[in-house]
Design a protein around this ligand. Structure first.
Ligand SMILES: N[C@@H](CCC(=O)N[C@@H](CS)C(=O)NCC(=O)O)C(=O)O
Length: 210
């Protein structure tokens, strides 16, 4: 049977993982189109028609005919469409979005970029790496303080804010950040990993699947 959602992405991509994790936690089996970023498939006209920004991920929804991009916007859309992992009311929705916007503003850059450097995909100089180190730890400290006071980021239950932020913090060890010094984050990660349908960050398909 054909699937409602097709995720276009790359298995090493954190933003692709966020969307795969959301779909999986929502119990949605999805088709997957793996793009070869080295070959520039994400800049080809066929893909630019799905994502004008030329980046993975993109999500195709066969039910609405929409093709969406930007992982945080996709999580927001899925939460509304599937009625799962939403914040409570307008206030809870706004709180969840605050965390998602903060994530890409403060947390994702230093962690994803430090990881890319370690994987040999980027060649930042020492002062830039030191800046990412300081910025990454400053953001992790903010997260640690929030999670020392509450089990979840935006209300009494897990929301897309937790899924979005988890989709960055999961890569922190590969980026060289030591999560052992952040006990509240580590405990929250265990709570996330215990949710039904959880998939780990290396659990995205490595090839296209129908
Ligand atoms: N803010 C975007 C970031 C997406 C992003 O950075 N994707 C990377 C892969 S992890 C990409 O496609 N890079 C290729 C490029 O930007 O040309 C999102 O959350 O979806």
């Amino acid at each position: 049977m054909s699937k409602r959602f097709t995720l276009h992405g790359f298995w090493l991509s954190g933003p692709t993982y966020k969307v795969g994790l959301m779909l999986s936690l929502c119990g949605e089996d999805f088709a997957y189109h793996s793009l070869n970023l080295r070959a520039g498939e994400h800049k080809a006209p066929a893909f630019l028609a799905r994502n004008r920004f030329g980046q993975v991920p993109a999500l195709e929804d066969a039910k609405t005919g929409l093709s969406l991009c930007q992982s945080a916007a996709i999580l927001d859309y899925l939460a509304a469409e599937l009625g799962q992992f939403q914040g409570d009311g307008a206030a809870g929705t706004a709180r969840a979005r605050e965390w998602m916007f903060w994530d890409f503003d403060r947390l994702a850059g230093p962690i994803y970029r430090s990881r890319a450097q370690r994987f040999g995909l980027r060649a930042y100089n020492q002062p830039i790496m030191e800046m990412y180190w300081a910025e990454g730890n400053a953001a992790l400290k903010v997260l640690e303080e929030a999670l020392a006071k509450a089990d979840w980021l935006a209300g009494p239950r897990p929301t897309i804010a937790d899924i979005d932020v988890y989709g960055v913090v999961a890569y922190a060890p590969q980026a060289g950040f030591d999560l052992a010094v952040y006990p509240a984050i580590s405990t929250w990660m265990s709570r996330m990993e215990a949710l039904p349908g959880f998939i780990a960050s290396d659990g995205l398909p490595k090839a296209t699947r129908a």
